[in-house]
Design a protein around this ligand. Structure first.
Ligand code: VGL
Ligand code: ZN
Length: 203
């Protein structure tokens, strides 16, 4: 049983958005084209309250891209993005959601960030996705979306850690590349953890 997990294809991560991933829109036709090949499809939304601790604006004196500590965890500071209920947090209109069974939200606790679609960054709180996929009888999890070096990477590592066979559909992902090469490094890291890197024409 194969599931496609569509990660954060939200307006704020697309060109023109608050935290635009370069060429992020290019993942949309690839995802739309393969969704029907899966037994189950879920999507996630980064879904922050306005006072979220990952926003540089909530740390006077600190800038976007700087590091800080948030309740004991290292935290990169981001522009304000994907605020609950705003247009930037909506899934792209271009994304075909007709096969999406359920949407999972993450990053809702102001005190902790959540890159993975499964757990917050401290692995304390589950989004319910692993339990949902198991309930659907899923064995193989295919991850696609934004961004390769953050939410895709941590989602794939958690999927593998949860015991799913995990695949990242690499042409259906794009990276932020805050530092040059971050996305390539993420691919190495995922592969090293047993995640298979595949292309959409192989799935
Ligand atoms: C993401 C940075 C901040 C992501 C979410 O979806 O990759 N990146 N919040
Ligand atoms: Zn975020």
């Amino acid at each position: 049983m194969r599931a496609l997990v569509i990660v954060d294809v939200q307006n704020d991560f697309l060109p023109g958005g608050a935290l635009a991933v370069p060429d992020g829109d290019e993942v949309i036709p690839v995802i739309n084209g393969m969704a029907e090949r899966f037994d189950a499809v879920t999507a996630t939304q980064d879904w922050h309250p306005p006072d979220h601790g990952s926003f540089a604006a909530n740390h006077p004196g600190l800038e976007v891209g700087e590091m800080t500590e948030l309740n004991g965890l290292e935290q990169v500071l981001w522009p304000i993005h994907c605020v609950q209920g705003t247009p930037g947090a909506e899934l792209s209109d271009e994304l075909d959601t007709s096969r999406v069974e359920k949407v999972f939200h993450k990053g809702t606790d102001p005190g902790i960030d959540s890159y993975s679609t499964f757990y917050d960054n401290a692995h304390r709180q589950s989004t319910g996705l692993a339990e949902y996929l198991r309930g659907r009888g899923v064995t193989d999890v295919y991850v696609a979306g934004l961004a390769t070096d953050y939410c895709v990477k941590f989602s794939a590592l958690d999927a593998a850690g949860e015991g799913f066979r995990c695949f990242v559909v690499i042409d259906a992902c794009r990276g932020v590349n805050l530092s040059a090469g971050d996305a390539d490094k993420a691919v190495q890291e995922m592969a090293g953890a047993g995640v298979r890197i595949v292309r959409s024409d192989e799935v």
